[in-house]
Write a protein that binds this ligand. Structure first.
Ligand code: PLP
Length: 337
């Protein structure tokens, strides 16, 4: 048996999703004429209580567009040191927006108003102008840790008071919503922009949406074009995204339950020194031996995963990991003990 726990991006479209793609109404989206793209953008915006949306090829692009929309060159943004926008987007903050980054040390990537406020620069010609705060929910490098809306509200209040924009890297926002019980519709009140990935746990093959107000999305269309992200008959992909929003959100709780089962087995495993308690579909755990040695043992049993550090491994649960595969991985972990 092969079990791929490397990432929730490895999923393949389901039969229902393929059918939705096959039947998509398409047109030239750069002319604004692709019905499926327009439908996805409107659907996603409405879900989050936002005015408008823009469909992009990746979450990196939606985040980078958001940063460009919410800053001017010479500005500074504030984010946690684990942030995807900083670590895993190729240095795009500096390249695309000519903006510097102030990093905070949150707990599992979660930052608070008390941490943010002292890092906001005073008005002074020596200092870059702080103009944006970016939160990530769930936090990838925090092992899928979540903000609740109650934690977000005071951050949003601080940003309003200080005149800062607030962006959400919501690559896995639906995992957070399933865990916390918060409602997507309430998010629009607190964020100026939201990125949502359709190609992670939701199982679409490609795509993310950036949500904001009408004026910001109008400008975002210019930025997407200059980044080369103006796709033409993108409706085939957008249809997959719409299908994912309609059919693959509730089932994320299955992935979360699977993560709990595997975390339980890992914590009993002698070669595992500690497991970060999973809240959603990601498990981070530390190994006694080097991570690569442990990964090799897993690979011999057909289990694929990635190391995130010399002694740290990440397991990711998703749509294409079925209950019998979770049982199989549990059995393999038991056999190691
Ligand atoms: C995956 C991910 C993204 C976007 O990645 P792409 O591969 O560019 O779609 C953004 N933020 C976080 C936290 C992610 O995990």
């Amino acid at each position: 048996m092969i079990v791929d726990l490397r990432s929730d991006t490895v999923t393949k479209p389901t039969a229902g999703m393929l059918e939705a793609m096959f039947n998509a109404k398409i047109g030239d989206d750069v002319f604004g004429e692709d019905e499926s793209v327009n439908e996805l953008e409107q659907k996603a915006a409405a879900m989050f209580g936002m005015e408008a949306g823009i469909f992009c090829p990746s979450g990196t692009m939606t985040n980078q567009i958001a940063i460009k929309c919410f800053t001017q060159p010479l500005d500074e943004l504030i984010a946690d040191q684990t942030a995807h926008i900083y670590r895993y987007e190729g240095g795009g903050i500096a390249f695309n927006s000519a903006v510097s980054t102030r990093l905070l040390n949150g707990y599992r990537g979660i930052i608070t108003p008390e941490m943010i406020e002292p890092e906001i620069n005073a008005e002074n010609v020596h200092y870059p102008r702080t103009s944006l705060v970016v939160l990530e929910n769930t936090v990838n490098k925090g092992g899928g840790s979540c903000y609740s809306l109650e934690q977000i509200k005071p951050v949003a209040a601080l940003c309003r008071r200080k005149g800062l924009k607030l962006h959400l890297d919501g690559a896995r926002i639906f995992n957070a919503l399933i865990h916390t019980g918060d409602k997507a519709i309430d998010y629009g009140k607190y964020f100026d922009g939201i990125s949502v990935c359709l190609s992670k746990g939701l199982g679409a093959p490609v795509g993310s949406v950036f949500l904001s107000d009408h004026d910001t999305i109008k400008y975002a269309r210019r930025v997407r074009k200059v980044l080369g992200g103006g796709m033409r008959q993108a409706g085939f992909l957008a249809a997959a995204g719409s299908y994912a929003l309609d059919h693959h959100v509730e089932r994320l709780k299955i992935d979360h339950a699977h993560a709990q089962i595997l975390a339980g087995e890992l914590s009993k495993c002698r070669q595992v020194s500690s497991v970060l308690t999973p809240e959603t579909n990601l498990i981070l755990f530390d190994t006694v031996e080097p991570a690569n040695a442990f990964l090799q043992k897993l690979a011999e049993k057909g289990i694929k995963a990635n190391a995130t550090d010399t002694h740290r491994i990440r397991f990711v649960l998703h749509l294409d990991v079925h209950p019998e595969q979770v049982e199989y991985v549990s059995g393999v972990l038991k056999s190691f003990s």
